[in-house]
Design a protein around this ligand. Structure first.
Ligand code: SF4
Length: 341
C-alpha cells in the first residue's frame, strides 16, 4: 500500500523504474492527491495500472453527506477488517477534516460511541495521512462546492485517543507538515488527558494546537465520564497543558461535551471557568451527540446558552460548536455503531 510506505522509501516499491518516478509518485500522493492512479498523468500507463490496487489502504464503505453537501463523512475499511471514520466539514474559507488515530478506543469514555465499542488497533501513520490525502483528492475532484479545494485544517478528534498512539501520530504529523506542506498551526491534537503524551508533544518541533477534552471540572465527576482521569487526575492534566502552553505559546482549547443534567450545572461552569482562566484557554462547548448505546441526552439549547453565559460572566472565551452532521451520525464512532461493525 503506497501510503503505508515511508514517503522517502517509495523507490523500494518501484525497482523496475528510474529513481525520479518515486519523486513523481510522492508528489501525487502528498502534494496533488488524486482518487485513482489513472489520473497520475506523468507516470507510464503500465506503472499506473500496476499501482491501481495499492493506492488507498482502505475501501470506502460508507460515504454520506449532509448540511447541503458541506459535511461529508466516510467509513473506511482496512484490508484486515477494522473500520475507522473521517468527517470533512467545509466552510467558505476553510475545510476541516476530523481524522481517526485508532480503530476503536480503549479509554471507554461513557458518552462516546467509539469508547463503547472497545479497541481494535492503532492506525498506522500512513492510514492517518491517507485520510487527509483522500479528502484532498475528493476536494480536488470538486466533491464539495464553495469551499477551498484542499483540506486546510486537520483535527485529531475522530476515533481514538491520538496520544495513546503517540509514535504513529507523531509520524503522521511529520508527514502532514514536512511532506504534504501543511502548517503545524492548522493541525489540532485532541486528548482526554494522556499526560505523558501531552508532555512529549510539547517537546516536538511542530507548534500544533492542543485541545484538552475535560468534560468535568472535578475529579469525582470526571473519573465517572472519562475513566482515564483515575490515572491522570485533573491537576496533572492542567499542569501538562500549562507546560504545553509555555513551550509552544499556542493557546490551549478545552473541549466540553454538554450532557443533560450531568455536567451542565452552574457549579461545573464555575469550576471550568477557573481552569480555563488559569490556562488562558478557549472553551468549546459541544452539545452531546446522542448514541444508541447510552441514555445520556444532550443539554437542551436553553441550558447550553445558560452554561455559555456563566462562563462568559467569568471572563472566559467560549464558542458553542455547531452540530454539523447530526443527520449522518457524524460524531466520532457513530457511523460504526450504526452499521453495526
Ligand atoms: S472520547 Fe476519545 S478517548 Fe474517550 S472513548 Fe471516545 S475516542 Fe476514546
Amino acid at each position: 500500500m503506497l501510503y503505508l510506505t515511508d514517503p522517502d522509501e517509495l523507490g523500494s516499491l518501484l525497482t523496475d523504474h528510474p529513481r525520479f518516478r518515486a519523486d513523481q509518485l510522492r508528489e501525487w500522493l502528498y502534494r496533488h492527491p488524486v482518487l485513482t492512479t489513472d489520473e497520475m498523468t506523468n507516470l507510464p500507463a503500465e506503472m499506473r495500472t500496476g499501482l491501481a490496487d495499492r493506492l488507498w489502504p482502505f475501501t470506502v464503505e460508507v460515504d454520506r453527506s449532509t448540511d447541503r453537501g458541506l459535511t461529508r463523512k466516510w467509513l473506511f475499511r482496512a484490508p484486515d477488517g477494522v473500520a475507522y471514520e473521517a468527517v470533512l466539514m467545509g466552510y467558505p474559507r476553510r475545510t476541516t477534516l476530523c481524522v481517526s488515530s485508532q480503530a476503536g478506543c480503549a479509554l471507554g469514555c461513557t458518552f462516546c460511541a467509539t469508547g463503547q465499542f472497545g479497541f481494535d488497533r492503532h492506525l498506522e501513520a500512513g492510514e492517518i495521512v491517507a485520510q487527509v490525502a483522500y479528502a484532498n483528492a475528493v476536494l480536488r475532484a470538486g466533491g464539495m462546492e464553495g469551499v477551498p479545494a484542499r483540506v486546510t485544517n486537520v483535527v485529531f478528534m475522530g476515533m481514538g485517543e491520538p496520544l495513546a498512539n503517540y509514535d504513529r501520530v507523531r509520524e503522521a504529523i511529520r508527514r502532514l507538515v514536512e511532506v504534504m506542506g501543511m502548517s503545524a498551526r492548522s493541525i489540532t491534537v485532541s486528548t482526554v488527558g494522556v499526560v505523558p503524551g501531552m508532555r512529549r508533544l510539547a517537546t516536538e518541533p511542530w507548534a500544533v494546537n492542543l485541545a484538552v477534552s475535560l468534560h468535568a471540572a472535578d475529579d469525582g465527576l470526571r473519573s465517572r465520564l472519562v475513566p482515564l482521569n483515575r490515572r491522570y487526575p485533573l491537576a496533572e492534566v492542567e499542569e501538562a497543558a500549562e507546560a504545553f502552553f509555555q513551550a509552544k505559546r499556542r493557546r490551549i482549547s478545552i473541549e466540553w461535551t454538554l450532557i443533560d443534567g450531568v455536567n451542565d450545572t452552574e457549579d461545573q461552569a464555575l469550576g471550568l471557568a477557573r481552569i480555563a482562566l488559569r490556562l488562558r484557554a478557549h472553551v468549546n462547548l459541544i452539545p452531546l451527540n446522542p448514541t444508541p448505546l447510552t441514555d445520556d441526552r444532550p443539554s437542551p439549547s436553553r441550558q447550553v446558552t445558560r452554561f455559555a453565559e456563566w462562563l462568559r460572566d467569568e471572563g472566559v472565551n467560549v464558542t458553542v460548536r455547531d452540530t454539523r452532521g447530526r443527520g449522518i451520525d457524524a460524531a466520532c464512532g457513530q457511523l460504526r455503531v450504526r452499521t453495526g461493525r
